[in-house]
Each structure stands twice: as structure tokens, then as C-alpha cells.
Design a protein around this ligand. Sequence first.
Ligand SMILES: Nc1ncnc2c1ncn2[C@@H]1O[C@H](COP(=O)(O)OP(=O)(O)OP(=O)(O)O)[C@@H](O)[C@H]1O
Length: 860
Amino acid sequence: MSKNKLKTEKPESKKPRGNDPNVLKQEKEAEVKVKELVKDERTHKVMGVVCLLLAVYCFIAFTSYLFTWEEDQDKVFRYSASILLMDMDNVKVENLLGRLGAFVSHWFFYKGFGIASYLFCYLFFILGVNFIVGRRVFRIWRNVKYLLFGLVFISTTAAFVSSFADFPWGGAMGESISKWMSGFLGRTGAALLLMVAGLAWLIWKYNLDFSKWLERKPKAEPVTDSVAVPESAVVSTPPPAHAATANNRKNGLKEGNVSVIPPPSETEGPAEMQLIERSESITLIPPPAQVHEEEEEEIEEEVEEEAEESGPLLYIEETVEPASRKKKPATEDVAWEIKPPVVEEEDEEEEPVRQPVQMDPYEPTLDLRDYKYPSLELLDNHNTEKIVQDAGELDRNKNQIIDTLKNYDISIQKISATVGPTVTLYEIVPAAGVRISRIKNLEDDIALSLSALGIRIIAPIPGKGTIGIEVPNVKKSMVSLRNLLASEKFQQSSMELPIAIGKKIDNENFIADLAKMPHLLMAGATGQGKSVGINTLLVSLLYKKHPSQLKFVLVDPKKVELSLYKLIEKHFLAKLPGEEEAIITDTKKVIHTLNALCIEMDLRYDLLKEAGTRNIREYNNKFVQRRLNPQRGHRYLPFVVLVIDEFADLIMTAGKEVEMPIARLAQLARAVGIHLIIATQRPSVNIITGTIKANFPARIAFKVSSKIDSRTILDIGGAEQLIGQGDMLVSFNGELVRLQCAFVDTPEVEKVAEYIGEQRAYPEAYLLPEYVDEKEMEGKEISLQDRDPLFEEAARVIVQNQQGSTSLLQRRMKLGYNRAGRLMDQLEAAGIVGPNMGSKARDVIVKTEADLEEILNDLG
Ligand SMILES: Nc1ncnc2c1ncn2[C@@H]1O[C@H](COP(=O)(O)OP(=O)(O)OP(=O)(O)O)[C@@H](O)[C@H]1O
């Protein structure tokens, strides 16, 4: 076709064939279509059905062959393959599946593998199931290996033991191997070899513990619980233990008292099977979970390959259904559970084996293994390498200070100057006998005579016996965030949430740990640098933290300030389930989000309590060491930083509804890794109330309009004398420090956000627990007609765990107590759980998932 086309074209329009875009396009389209067809789920299902049919077909044909081979054999011999031809109607065979059945079974049994041919039925069966279900219920490669071994071993053994029988128990292959072995080793030698091979296989597969056979066991002692272990220490996971068992065997591990830690099933990185000593509580490590669907296959492959090398793996899955799994990100908040017993047919009969094994610590960053931290090149240095020192200006100011003080009869012993980015600090050692309060009282006069704005007198400078006079520089230098982030202090910092805030007057970089602050209140009149300040904090965190370690909840009533961060929604933002926008601009939603954060905090406290830890650091450490069991709802907890850009606006519109959860969070959330950064233009007492203030020990003031505002925010005046443009006072750890805030421009933030946003992300933002407004729900009767949308999921969680506890629902489904309680009442109404028994868990009436499905179907 392309040729014809070329011929008809004019010579000048001739193009080499390979470059003809139409041809390329067609070829490409054809390729895409074939690819799509191969990938199409329906194709897989059709193939699955074909495989299952083949399995059934072979099974019937083979079984029939067992009874009809004598009658059919001679016809098959006589007509050979031509027995299959259509015109041989006069040849009647006995096989239930006709001439084809007779021929196929003859071929498999007589010419092939004898009784071992049944293994092909098994192969077709597992292929069929895998294709139909659409995932690897059975592990093909492993099964093929067993199958190959089985074919050789079973056919040879069958041929060996039935060497005088007429029926081809071992088929041609078994017979020839058996004959060769008997000739080579003698019949006794061959029998011994077969026994050794069989025994070796059993030992390999089941890791038989011979020492146990010699031990005298007390009666009815359960094999897996031979040692008293804390209940929490055991992951009783019979099905997944199988694969682990195999792994242990492969690793040559001794069977002992260890529980099995399954590896991530959907992890991006190869997940290794993990085991843990049961002297400690056991962890089932959740997978670094959020992997794009299209990569799942590839990852599974990778995991499987590794498994083949390093030992089989355990697979674990979320408790949520596959469908809902797609909806919910498999974030840390997903509870992970071991696959149901269908996982691997071949392992079904195995018992969990507990063996001590060294494990690698859990690595949360494997969630997004190839995530690249933004590089400093994305930021601008705003030509700020050098701070300009004007010697003349320094001299003038120095003389003026000396003269001014002299006018007030204050003599000076010594004066020195430190030039900062925006202000210069003149340190004065007054002559003996001069009272410091006198100098302090002359503040305004000195400022007037220095005819400069923003003079701040620090009398005395804490820790030094000197008096400081801060005088703004005529030529101010910017402090670029890039410089701060490039500093060793920041780069090497081991802080949990390092924030590069700015530079002190002595040019020292001020880098603090938000986790220690633990919350930050920012105030400043409009246009003084608050938004830049917030960007500085957020960007510094983005440069230091991995998406798995940190989530932001961004509240932006002004709607424009934080909108840039939308690009990193799937990496770093948290939001309410079902919410479209991750950046919250609407007051009503702010209230919901704050309450959801309170629920998250309570849930985290529950987890901490159960883990016997006091704070997020201890908890995550324990989790990383795989000492916490995700089956009990444990997960790696990322830090959550709530940023509210305009707090005054919220308080004005929602008052107590906003203040209450903020106060709760501020009081309690620190230990569970939730930190608040709240900014406001109006630092008046009705906005920054006593409760809020008391819980925000770290405060930043940009220039404010009055001394009162300065007092409200810092408990001291001074912020009204700042010079704006990022000049700030930070009150932290009982110290007040003047800083020049690091500057980061909006295009820089955009570049950083784009850089992160373009990388592979979680399927969606980190989901906060659902919050249902109690007022909206009040007065609603328990009616099964009006079931909670999470009713079915809750029912499954309860039945699967056989534990009628509200806190289980809270933990697993990230629900508030009230909603979980209501769900319990509905489950009771549906006859799934028994009545409330006070502090004890309710009885679970429905015992199996099948019964539950029936009930759910009936409910409709
Ligand atoms: N750290 C800084 N270094 C140098 N210039 C700064 C700095 N911070 C702010 N500025 C300058 O001040 C301007 C206003 O800053 P910013 O937008 O942060 O003010 P704001 O307090 O957030 O104002 P508003 O409350 O009205 O949003 C910036 O455009 C910038 O030019």
C-alpha cells in the first residue's frame, strides 16, 4: 500500500518509506491494537476459560483412559494420528471423550508420563484460575518447577514399581529413565535413589524437623505455640506462613519460635519475606503501598523473580476489596492483611512455621523508591552571596550613637558593630556606673538622632553584659532560601522537621526543628512577608522530607496563597475522603478537616498506646524495626503539618468551632506528630486567644502595626519597629531573636512543586479519617434502610476478625468513635453482632464470610 502511494507521488514529494508518517502511523496503530487486545481483561478471561476447559477435558479423558485403555490402545496404535481424521467414523473408541480423548490420553500416558500426566490438568487449572481472577492466585513459575520435578519423579517411580504391569503407569519417559537407572545402579540402587529424591523433596518442601520426633512432647501441645509468647507476638497467619515457610526452608533456617512477617504485596521495591523473633511483638510490615496500577504487574514480576532467587515470598493484601483498593490509596492508613487461604494451593496443607531470622528494617521511603528530592538548582540565590558593608555608614552610625549618648551623659567604654543582612547591631559596653534602664528609656531619642526607622534597643543583650542597638542598613541584602538550604547546618541536620527560617544579625543561619517547637504562630501586618515566610517553611520541609514521611494539611481562606502546592497533592498533601480539593478554602470544610485531624490524633494515640510508646518517634522506630503488627492497624505514621494561612478570617467566621479543635490539637497533637503553623494578619486578643497562645510557645512576628499587636503575639513590644520585607522577631525557647526571613519567590516555589509533582506519586492524597458532623446525624434512628455507606465494609472487618469491637472499626476504617458506634448499632440491628456488653467486645453472631455475604445480599 505504501509502495503504491509512493509511486503515484511526484518525485519531489518522495520520501523514504520509513519516514512516511502514514505508514508509521498505521503500523503503530496496528501494534497498539494488538497490544491492547493482549492486555484486554476480556482476552485474559477467555484464555482462562479455555485453560479451565482444557484442565477438565484432560481430567475426564485421562480418567476414562484408566478404564478404557485396553480397548482403545490397539485402535490408537493401528491408526496412529489418523485416528483424529474425520472420515474414520467406523472406528469406535471407548474413551468418554471419543477418538480425540483416546488419542490425547494415549499420547500423554503411554508416550509421555503415565500417571504423572494428571499434573497437566493441574497446570491448566492454575493457569485458568490466574487468568480468570486476573491476578496471581497461584505462582506459575514455582508451580512449573514442581510440575517438572513431579513429572520426572512420579513417572519414574511409577514405572519402577510397576515394571511388570501392563498399564503404562510411568509412560515412555518414566520407563526409559527407570530402565536406565536400574541398569546403571541396579534395582536396589535405583530404589534407593528414588527414595532419597522423594525424601529430599519432602524435606525441602516441609522442612521436616526430625528433632521434634525424638522429643517427648506433652500431650496436645500445639506445634506452633510451643513457647509462651505474648499474644501480641504472634501473627497467626496460617495461609501466608506457607510461603514464608518455603522461604525459610530455602534459606536453610531452622524451624523455631518465630512468626511470619509477610512482605509487601504491592510494594514498588522487591519486598522480602520477613520473619521475626517472637520474644518481641511481631510486625507484619505493610507494603510501601501506593503503586500505580499499570506498574503492579511489573512489580509483582520483580518481586516474584526475587522470591525465586532469595526464597518465596508471602503476599499480603489490604483488607479492602480490590475494587475499593483502587479507590483508596494503599497508603499507610490501609490495614494490611494476609491473603485468604486460596493464596497457594500447593501450600495449603502446611503449618505456619516460626523461625528466627534477621530482617532489614522497614523503609518507609520505599513507597516511592525513586523519588528524587528537589535540587538546589531550582531555587534562585537572588544575588545574595555577599552582605554589603558600607564602612562609611558604619562609621557614621557609630559616631552618631556615641554623640547621642554623650548628649544624655552616657559615656561608653567600647562599641562594636555586627553587620547583618538588614540591620547592623551596635554593641555598647557602657562606662562603669551607667544604668541600663537609662539607655532603654532613651530609645526614641536615640532613634530620632540616628534619623533611621526601626531602631531596637536591647538592654542588656541576654547572656552578655552589653547593650545592643539595632540600626537598619541603608542597603539591605536579601537572604535567599537557597543559601540557607545549601548550608551545612541544614544539609547535615538530623532534625525531624527542619525549617530554615532566616539569618540572624550575626549572619548565623537560623534553622529550627518544627517538631520541637512544636507549633508555630505567625503574625504580621499585610505585606510584611508572612506569605513568603510560609513558603520558606514549606519549601524547607520539602527539601528534607520524603513524601512518605510528611503530609501537609493546607488551609488557605484567601484561596491564592497556597494554591501552588496543588501540584504536590498526591505526594505531600492530606485531605478528607471524597474531597476534590486538597487545599481547603471553605470555612465549613476547614471545620471538618480540623475535626478529622482530631480523630487522626486520637487514632494515633490509640496506636501509640497499644504499641507501648510515648511519641511518634518511638512508635515509628518500633515500627521500622518491625516490632508492630499492621494486622492490628499499625502503620508508619508520617508527620502531619497543618498550615493555616489566614487564621483571623476563620475565627471571625467560625469562632469556637475552629478554635476548639485547634486548641485540642495544639495541646495534644505534638506527641503524635501533628504540628500546626498558623498565620494571621490581625494578632488581636480575640483572635489569638489565651488558650491558643498558651499552646503555641514558638511565635514569629513580622512587622505589626502597633505595640499592642506586638505584645499580643510576642508578649513584648518590638515587632512594630521592624522594617518589613521579611524582617522578623522569633520568640522560641524563651529567647527573642531578630532574623531576616529567607526569601523564596513564587516562581521558585512553582518550580519546586512542579519538580515534585512530575514524579511518580501515590494514587491520591493522604486520606484523613472521615468526620461526620454529629449535629447532622443527631436524632437519626437506627434504621437498616438508611445504612451508613461504610456498613458493608464494617461488617466484613468485624466478621473477618471475629471481634465485635468499636475500636477495631475506628482503627481499621479511620472512623470517629461516634460513627463507629453507630455502625455497630446498625450491625446489631442486622443481626451481625450481639448487643453492647459494656466494656467488653460484642459477640460476633455471623461466623463466616459466606454467611455474611448472604445477609448483605438479603439487605440488598
Ligand atoms: N524575606 C524577605 N526578603 C525580602 N523581601 C521580602 C521578604 N518577605 C517579603 N518580602 C517582600 O515583601 C513583599 C510582601 O510579602 P508577602 O507577600 O509575604 O506579604 P504578606 O505579609 O503575606 O502580605 P499579605 O498578608 O497581604 O498576603 C514580597 O513581595 C517581597 O517583595
